[in-house]
Design a protein around this ligand. Sequence first.
Ligand SMILES: NC(=O)c1ccc[n+]([C@@H]2O[C@H](COP(=O)([O-])OP(=O)(O)OC[C@H]3O[C@@H](n4cnc5c(N)ncnc54)[C@H](O)[C@@H]3O)[C@@H](O)[C@H]2O)c1
Length: 421
Amino acid sequence: MDFDVSVIGLGRVGLPLALSFADAGLRVLGVDKDSDRLERIRAGRMPFQEPGTDALLERVQAAGRFDVSDRGGDAARAQSIVVTVGTPTLSHIEIDMRDIRSVLDDLMPHLQPEHLVVLRSTVAPGTTEFVAGYLEKGRGLRVGEEVFVAHVPERIAAARFLEEIATLPCIIGGVGEESGERAARLFEALGAPIVQTTPVQAELAKIWANILRYATFALPNLLMMDCERYGANVFDVIELINRDYPRGGIAMPGMTAGTCLRKDFAFSEERSTAPGMLLAVSRVNEGVPNFLVDGMRRRLGGGNLRNRKVAVLGLAFKRDTDDERDSLSHKLIRLLERELADVAVHDPHTPTPTAEFEEAMTGADVVVVATNHSAYSTPECLERIRSLAHPDCLVVDPWNAFGTAQVFAYTSELAALDPTA
Ligand SMILES: NC(=O)c1ccc[n+]([C@@H]2O[C@H](COP(=O)([O-])OP(=O)(O)OC[C@H]3O[C@@H](n4cnc5c(N)ncnc54)[C@H](O)[C@@H]3O)[C@@H](O)[C@H]2O)c1
């Protein structure tokens, strides 16, 4: 074998992982079907932002320990094969397995005894056993004895990859003991503590970690909607809940989304015998853009947003990242466009081109902080908005980025509340 490990799917999970294996001294082959992405990587350029990875890519390429290929079957040139392709959900509340199946179909004719196939993608419970069965059925090789299959879920948060890869406990669910041991030998190279379990427990632990976060953020979002109904201030209520109370700890509201949180709950719901609770959680989080648009309409004279300039700050789903996949900012913009508002957008990080800050703000009737980027989370930013926007501009800030503790407030009201004033 001319490589120690191959990584199939050089996305936000696969590429930093492949680079980390190479940095740990392994010979790594990265496989992806997207030839533009591969060309970029070959030229030494990261296709997305992830702190520390530009230098890492340069280092492992210079060391000759990282190569790439667009042929799926090439992955079998390494004894260990790690699958990191995307696993979206279908609108049927069901995992979309197409990319995983296409990877397995590419690998099938090349699979040899001793190969280890690791599923790193987030999957619905039962998927690792399906993968093992699919390979056994297709090739007649016994999993756990001749070839080996394990689920080793990725639990790292965007923008923290290199910090967390060496420290977060690495959960391994092997199909049979030997699969687990072989996967542990591979991941030990990265330095994090290894925790062995069964495949389905590894699958459940991964998706429920995300379900926990998704539900945790739905509560303050629902409270924000309740407060609007009762004329209360959500930030005051949160402060009352949490202040010196040993059983407090409610999170802050915001636009809760992103590819993982928005879809992973559906992997639990797809076979649920008591469906409902997590769909309700999703409905609350998905309802935030609509709640904000309704709040604007209620406050603006005439009750509608037609021909009003609405400036949206932030396209990314997460603070200080360039990841706008499944961001609720896009949903907010679509809803505003359906109100016939004139929408202007600014984001300093995302690949989608946006307006300059000054251009987006000038004359705005409404400014919405859709992403709590640190560039927006300052009193100076609010001051710039005040000087550029319409004098009676409505500021919508569900994150409390400006520290004024108002979801909806006019710039004139905020002047009195400015924490620096
Ligand atoms: N992004 C995150 O922060 C994160 C965190 C934890 C877990 N996950 C999970 O990890 C998995 C990957 O997520 P991602 O964000 O890296 O996705 P991504 O879309 O950024 O990357 C997937 C890559 O796989 C490639 N690909 C798709 N089908 C292929 C095939 N048949 N052969 C070769 N390459 C193929 C695509 O071209 C793409 O480059 C998903 O299951 C996701 O839920 C993601």
